[in-house]
Write a protein that binds this ligand. Structure first.
Ligand code: 5GP
Ligand code: MG
Length: 192
């Protein structure tokens, strides 16, 4: 039977795999029950930061038994580069009303902390009942603003990772695992 390695030739662009497809699945099942336990019977308004959190959100919401409303916002702090350009930009904001709602903000990775602290600030202005955050990955050592997520999938080292929603220049999002891109592929001239 074909396995994910033969289905995904992009694996060849990885230096190493940090999180396998199986451990992502296992961790998300646990995160789903943790989130459900934290909210009791309450409805949750999930706000997903796309594109990076698309795959994680799709899998996580199916692991949470609570009633859920789903919205997406679009932020960008990278432009075809592996280093943050500083201030995150909001490209597409909320369409759902979050006043008096329990908001669960989902992102792919917590790095400097700038994105989530900015978005939490924006959501707070709309008087939600509560705001919690959930990230699949956390690079604790990279924090520039003090910020911790309420739910974290995996702690990872300070490496640029791709796969399972995380991209480099919009590529590799469809890899089912998370891995470190080979250094010589991180800034190829044809993508600059
Ligand atoms: P922060 O604002 O916390 O520095 O950055 C969070 C955003 O930066 C994430 O949502 C993600 O888009 C991007 N990011 C941070 N580290 C990585 C990484 O290792 N790989 C990829 N593909 N994106 C990252
Ligand atoms: Mg992102």
């Amino acid at each position: 039977m074909a396995n994910s390695v033969t289905l995904h030739p992009a694996h060849a662009d990885l230096d190493s795999i940090l999180v396998t497809e199986e451990s992502i699945k296992r961790r998300i099942r646990k995160l789903g029950t943790d989130v459900a336990a934290a909210y009791g019977d309450e409805e949750i308004t999930v706000v997903s930061i796309i594109n990076g959190a698309i795959l994680f959100t799709a899998d996580l919401v199916r692991a949470i038994a609570n009633p859920i409303r789903l919205d997406c916002i679009r932020i960008s702090s990278y432009r075809n580069e592996t280093k943050s350009l500083g201030k995150p930009q909001l490209f597409h904001s909320l369409t759902l009303d979050v006043a008096n709602r329990h908001v669960l903000l989902i992102d792919d990775i917590l790095d400097t902390g700038k994105t989530l602290s900015m978005v939490v600030g924006l959501i707070q202005k709309q008087s939600p009942a509560s705001v919690k955050t959930c990230v699949l990955l956390d690079k604790k050592g990279r924090r520039e603003v003090a910020f911790e997520a309420d739910f974290v999938g995996f702690q990872i080292p300070d490496k640029f990772v791709v796969g399972y929603g995380l991209d480099f220049a919009e590529r590799y999002r469809n890899l089912p695992c998370i891995g470190v891109l080979k250094p010589h592929l991180q800034n190829p001239p044809e993508w600059a």
